[in-house]
Design a protein around this ligand. Structure first.
Ligand code: ZN
Length: 412
């Protein structure tokens, strides 16, 4: 979706503030010869930024306001070394709650609702975001935090929670416990709001059936407020992203080229009104696409992104098409005669890139027929024909940890 005039003005204001503050971004923009943004062409001259850049600004190099205006910090995961610190002003904290309250509204949550919050509190942006939005809306927040399933279930029943917020994995765990303990008649849940984790259609359906809830996906990341910058609506899985707070682009992760609506690539976000730590063209590494066309809910001022299918680090490029494992996985999952295991091998044969997909099945089906049907479906959905190899059930390697399923042998 092309940047609007109003958004351009907002970006211009952000860029000028960054230049004045001379923070990490300000210096970066000055080095790139940027002095403002008055046209779409100017916008595209703005350099991308990466998580690594934010890390280098540790501890408070991202702050674009004087220290006394910072009321809170959050931090994104430091699993790969130095954490990223995001400073917030009072306006940022308020804006985040406003966006989160809007998420709840899109999911049909009202102040009559009681929201059980299981994501964690602390440096993370999760729990506190869900809570601030609930309070802003006027609903009743039940700030459980993660873990302690017995207590979660007790409060869910006694407090008559109507909305559960959780990761998909924890929602599944709670759903299975409720089934196991025969508590379904005692719970009053109507909606589940989940985020931060990709969940396939099978898991979704399992949770919805077990809990008897509507399922909403929320989007966001610590660097850009936190969860709550977008949510799916009652009409589709795609998530509306708030165009009055962030400008959304999808780029080719290899070339940085901005892709048209409908094409899959990496989500890039620019904050429009953030004060504490504005971000300019921040590469999220989340893979999705802008869903073209109108949504039946009518909120077309807020563009929609599709379900996040993975991280750009996992992406494969073949015959000029960007493909990621989740797409192949989804296609394979539509064949009940295949196991959940697969392996993708990319190689360079006869000066051509080739994708081989190994799948498992048992002896009761016609292998040649199955092989052709899988290849045809991949061709139909992704646009090129892979070599499909069928192997006996149990042949592909299993691992208790994360199983490696993609092997790129093109440049070995
Ligand atoms: Zn909608």
């Amino acid at each position: 979706m092309r940047i609007s005039d109003a958004q351009l003005k907002q970006v211009d204001r952000q860029v000028r503030r960054l230049l004045d503050s001379n923070n990490f971004y300000g210096r970066r923009l000055r080095e790139a010869g940027i002095d403002g943004v008055s046209s779409v062409e100017d916008f595209y001259k703005l350099p991308f930024s990466e998580k690594q850049d934010l890390r280098e600004a540790y501890p408070l190099g991202l702050a674009a306001v004087p220290q006394e205006q910072i009321v809170r910090i959050h931090s994104s995961s430091g699993t790969t070394g130095t954490p990223v610190i995001i400073p917030y002003t009072q306006k940022d904290v308020d804006d985040w709650a406003i966006q989160f309250a809007r998420c709840y509204e899109y999911a049909g949550v009202t102040k009559e609702d009681r929201i059980q919050i299981t994501p964690g509190y602390g440096l993370w942006t999760a729990g506190i975001g869900f809570q601030a939005g609930a309070e802003r809306l006027g609903a009743m927040a039940i700030p459980m935090g993660p873990g302690n399933t017995d207590k979660q279930l007790q409060f869910m029943i006694d407090m008559e929670a109507t909305v559960l917020t959780a990761t998909a994995s924890y929602a599944l765990l709670l759903a299975e416990e409720i089934e196991k303990r025969g508590l379904k008649d005692q719970i009053k849940l109507k909606k589940l709001i989940t985020g931060s984790e990709r969940s396939g259609e099978k898991i979704r359906k399992r949770i919805m059936d077990a809990l008897g809830v509507e399922y909403y996906d929320i989007y966001g990341l610590t660097e850009v407020y936190g969860p709550g910058i977008g949510i799916s609506c009652a009409h589709s899985h795609a998530m509306h992203v708030w165009s009055d707070y962030v400008y959304l682009e999808i780029i080719d992760p290899d070339t940085g080229e901005v892709l048209p609506d409908g094409e899959w690539g990496e989500i890039v976000l620019t904050t429009l009104v953030k004060e504490g730590a504005p971000l300019v063209r921040f590469r999220t590494h989340d893979l999705s696409r802008i869903v073209p066309g109108d949504c039946a809910c009518g909120h077309n001022e807020h563009p929609r992104i599709d379900t996040i299918t993975g991280r750009s680090d996992d992406m494969m490029k073949i015959h000029g098409v960007n493909v990621f494992p989740a797409q192949i996985e989804e296609i394979l999952a539509s064949f009940p005669e295949l196991s959940s295991e697969y392996q993708i091998r990319l190689s360079h044969l006869d000066r051509r890139d080739t994708m081989r997909i190994y799948v498992e099945t048992n002896g009761s089906v016609d292998w040649e027929d199955l092989r052709m049907r899988v290849a045809r479906r991949v061709k139909h959905r992704i646009g090129f024909t892979p070599l499909v190899k069928i192997v006996e059930l149990g042949v592909l390697p299993r691992s208790e940890k994360k199983t490696r399923r993609v092997f790129d042998e093109r440049y070995d």
